[in-house]
Unconditional design. Structure first.
Length: 153
């Protein structure tokens, strides 16, 4: 129990999955605040899976690769293959992530379980019409199927 003068201790996130979950949740909250509709773990035609895909009201497609720690980044070099399916691409990492590991020309979000902030904005690369249609249909179908998997209470 703490007194009014002592701050409450924040529980430490200790496992990689807990950090990943917190960064994913905070990033999704940021995207919703920005007007995007996010979904998690979108399978792409090239066999890759984006951690977060989001669509704006204008149909702009944004994808996020969540990295929890140095080891997570160093073992997974597939992220460049997501770029061909989105207009905007970001890395999302926790505050204590060694950001010097990330490519300087890639966009960056710093997030925790409560929200996030864009540290480096993404360069917009507009998708071709056919690729946009294909990807938007994939996102819509994925969201619909995920909705079916959610039990109704």
């Amino acid at each position: 129990m703490s007194t009014e003068d002592e701050p409450l201790a924040k529980p430490a996130l200790e496992t990689r999955p807990e950090v990943t979950e917190a960064v994913t949740r905070g990033t999704a909250r940021l995207l919703v605040d920005m007007g995007y509709a996010p979904i998690f773990e979108l399978s792409l035609p090239n066999g890759r899976r984006a951690d977060i895909a989001a669509v704006s009201k204008k149909g702009e497609i944004l994808m996020v690769e969540v990295k929890s720690c140095r080891a997570d980044f160093e073992v997974d070099k597939k992220w460049p293959e997501y770029r061909e399916y989105c207009d905007l691409f970001y890395f999302a990492v926790p505050e204590d992530f060694p950001v010097e590991l990330l490519p300087e020309d890639e966009a960056l979000i710093i997030a925790d379980g409560f929200g996030g902030a864009i540290v480096r904005p993404s360069e917009k690369i507009t998708l071709a019409g056919a690729r946009r249609k294909q990807t938007l249909i994939r996102i819509a179908r994925s969201a619909a199927f995920k909705g079916l998997a959610t039990p109704r209470v």
